[in-house]
Design a protein around this ligand. Structure first.
Ligand code: NIG
Ligand code: FE
Length: 427
């Protein structure tokens, strides 16, 4: 007698499982998406029970509901491991200034950029932050993102940073996308500390981090075993290497797991620091010199590249993702969605850019957006691949060949989104 399950998905051209149970994919493994033709997937409750050849699944399972994939391909829900999606307002004026020649760091040095979003966030209520961010999360979900990390960093004072954490928690409990929180009090030096980066660094360490940690202890994230990460923008004009180290070490003492924005514009040695501290990920890597690639390749730290930023800043220079992969680094992709450097909710667009400017094959781009992205936020035991026991976060694409995700661009190829076993009605 076949076992009764809630859902069986069948009539698929391809199921790309992206499975990699023993760690993130590296080197030539990134070219393997673990493709199964004419497969089926059995789902019970929130979880995948089995994935395999159609006839085997049909012999073993009977679905209370069946879902005909109509000859299309199925892949894991995308994981976006680096976002600043909680914010208020926009920066369209700054976009026009950049079109006319101002640089991102010049705008920031003049008190705009991250600081201008901080003004908007400081005066927004939690419900306003939730409402504005909800719309962006909906856009991400329609484009296939089912799990995302979200950073604070637009409060830049203790209460406003806590307000952002509260907004992230509320969104996680109400929006279908699964969220993981990152404390990024060291995102920029706020105006009231201009020229006093050391004093602001002390504030982050002495006041903000203990407050964030105390908040986390009482949050549903801790009860559910979801970590709190600590991130720093390590850059000239933001936090130098010594300040970044102090902040991340203080976070570690409180149990916050390090992440770091490194080598976006200036190479300050963030990769070596990340690896030394056992950071979960090191993100951006735009100007990481070749001599540092092996440091990452020999480590467990995931390298996250964010090519929508280069595209948005109109830069012809991209992180050398090809070189990093070939040096053995575990590479992931992310949108970096934020109002300044990347107002972009789309992982498929990121894959399309990575394929063209970073020479990633569609398979590499998909693995970097699913299983490796899950490792970049310590969530690979739950999400990032289609494997028995994991959350049933699945996408039925509008193409029989998953490679079209990176090949086509400008059209949404995500047809159906299934989150924790539920087929979502996205209107
Ligand atoms: O990852 N570089 C620093 N932080 C963000 C940008 C945030 C913003 O401009 O609002 C980034 O690019
Ligand atoms: Fe960022």
């Amino acid at each position: 007698m076949p076992q009764s399950v809630d859902l069986v998905i069948f009539n698929t051209s391809q199921i790309v499982t992206c499975a990699s149970p023993n760690g993130p994919k590296r080197g030539t493994d990134l070219r393997d998406v673990d493709l199964l033709e004419d497969g089926a997937i059995a789902v019970a409750g929130e979880k995948i029970v089995a994935v395999g050849p159609r006839l085997e699944i049909f012999a073993q399972y009977r679905g209370k509901t069946t879902l005909n994939a109509a000859g299309m391909s199925v892949c894991p829900g995308f994981v976006d491991p680096h976002t600043h999606v909680v914010y208020a307002g926009d920066r369209v004026e700054e976009f026009e200034l950049r079109i006319q020649g101002a640089s991102y760091m010049e705008i920031m040095a003049a008190g705009g950029g991250i600081m201008s979003t901080a003004q908007a966030v400081r005066s927004a209520s939690i419900s306003q932050l939730v409402a504005e961010s909800w719309r962006r999360l909906d856009a991400m979900l329609r484009l296939g993102t089912t799990t995302a990390e979200i950073k604070t960093g637009y409060g830049l004072e203790t209460n406003a940073e806590l307000k952002m954490l509260a907004a992230i928690a509320e969104l996680d409990q109400t929006h279908p996308i699964s969220l993981l929180p990152t404390f990024l009090g060291a995102h920029a030096v706020p105006q009231e500390y201009a020229g006093r980066t050391e004093a602001y660094t002390r504030l982050v360490i002495d006041e903000m981090l203990p407050a964030a940690s105390a908040w986390y202890q009482k949050s549903h994230f801790r009860t559910q075993g979801i970590p709190l990460f600590c991130d720093v923008f390590c850059e000239n004009g933001a936090f130098d290497l010594a300040q970044s180290r102090q902040i991340l070490e203080a976070g570690l003492t409180l149990g916050l797991q390090p992440k770091i924005h490194a080598d976006e514009f200036t190479n300050l040695g963030g990769v070596a620091l990340a690896v030394e501290l056992g950071a979960v990920s090191v993100d951006h890597l735009d100007v990481t010199p070749q001599r540092e690639w092996a440091i990452l390749g020999d480590s467990d730290t995931v390298g996250v590249v964010l090519p929508a930023v280069n595209f948005n800043l109109g830069s012809p220079h991209f992180a050398d993702a090809r070189g990093l992969i070939d040096s053995g680094a575990a590479l992931a992709l992310s949108t970096d969605i934020n109002p300044g450097s990347a107002p972009c909710p789309s992982m498929p667009l990121v894959m399309a850019i990575a394929a063209r400017y970073q020479r990633l094959l569609p398979a590499e781009a998909l693995n970097a957006s699913t299983i490796n992205a899950a490792y970049a936020i310590k969530a690979a035991d739950q999400v990032g691949s289609i494997e028995a026991g994991k959350q049933a976060d699945l996408l039925i694409l509008r193409t029989p060949d998953y490679r079209h995700l990176a090949y086509q661009f400008g059209e949404n190829l995500v047809g159906t989104v299934i989150k924790k076993g539920q087929v979502l009605d996205l209107g």
